[in-house]
Design a protein around this ligand. Structure first.
Ligand SMILES: Cc1cc2nc3c(=O)[nH]c(=O)nc-3n(C[C@H](O)[C@H](O)[C@H](O)COP(=O)(O)O)c2cc1C
Length: 206
């Protein structure tokens, strides 16, 4: 039961909160033996909008080395963890646009039987942690994916209080990613890798 798990961590982040959580999840998954591709999806906003927002521009610079997500990363993966900031209680357009490019893989049945999970961040405490993750998970059901949510399976989950996935309230930039969110991110990463290993072990030989 020690098969290598390929994990794609695919995210959108404007001002860096989701990028930090994505890095935490990637590192935790590597620690438990996964091969990880950390990938950011394409920006849709005009360059002028990015440049007018110092934190947005800083995040673009800080993540310049992160490779761009490609549908091939999803095809390669045994497990995919998607990250998106909350946008009006929903998934960001940038991540959704990437998900929509998965149509050809979907049509060939290649999104099914993988493990999926998600994480998010909001500006405010009740600003959409759960609605965003549930909206994201709609697509997982269409994929025929195996949704692995963290639930309250670890003490860290009682601290962050979100059984649907890792999430952080950033106070619209005033509250950096904290130990509570980082601990939750690690729990989620380890759980996804564990279940992806199990699912992979049951797959018919190719
Ligand atoms: C257009 C827009 C819509 C947003 N909608 C919400 C929202 O519905 N609820 C909320 O609490 N925060 C909302 N936010 C705040 C972001 O979700 C939050 O700051 C998030 O942590 C940013 O993640 P990032 O730093 O990775 O970009 C919104 C921000 C923008 C720019």
């Amino acid at each position: 039961m020690t098969a290598t798990v390929n994990l794609a961590v695919i995210y959108y982040s404007a001002t860096g909160t989701i990028a930090e959580l994505a890095a935490e999840i990637s590192a935790a998954a590597e620690k438990v033996g996964a091969e990880v591709r950390l990938r950011k999806v394409a920006e849709l906003a005009p360059q002028s909008a990015v440049e007018q927002h110092p934190a947005w521009a800083a995040n673009v610079r800080a993540t310049a080395e992160v490779a761009a997500a490609d549908p091939a990363d999803v095809e390669w993966a045994d497990a995919v963890i998607f990250g998106t900031p909350t946008r009006f209680g929903n998934v960001s357009a940038q991540l959704k646009q990437f998900i929509d490019t998965l149509g050809p893989l979907y049509a060939r049945g290649l999104l099914a039987d993988k493990v999926y999970s998600g994480f998010t961040a909001t500006g405010t405490r009740h600003g959409g942690h759960e609605s965003t993750l549930l909206a994201l998970y709609n697509s997982v059901h269409h994929f025929g994916g195996v949704l692995v949510a963290p639930g309250y399976t670890d003490a860290a989950k009682f601290a962050d209080g979100n059984p649907y996935g890792t999430s952080h309230t950033d106070g619209n930039g005033s509250l950096p990613v904290d130990d509570t969110a980082r601990a939750s991110a690690r729990v989620q990463a380890e759980r996804v890798v564990r279940f992806a290993r199990l699912v992979k072990a049951t797959a018919p030989a190719a």
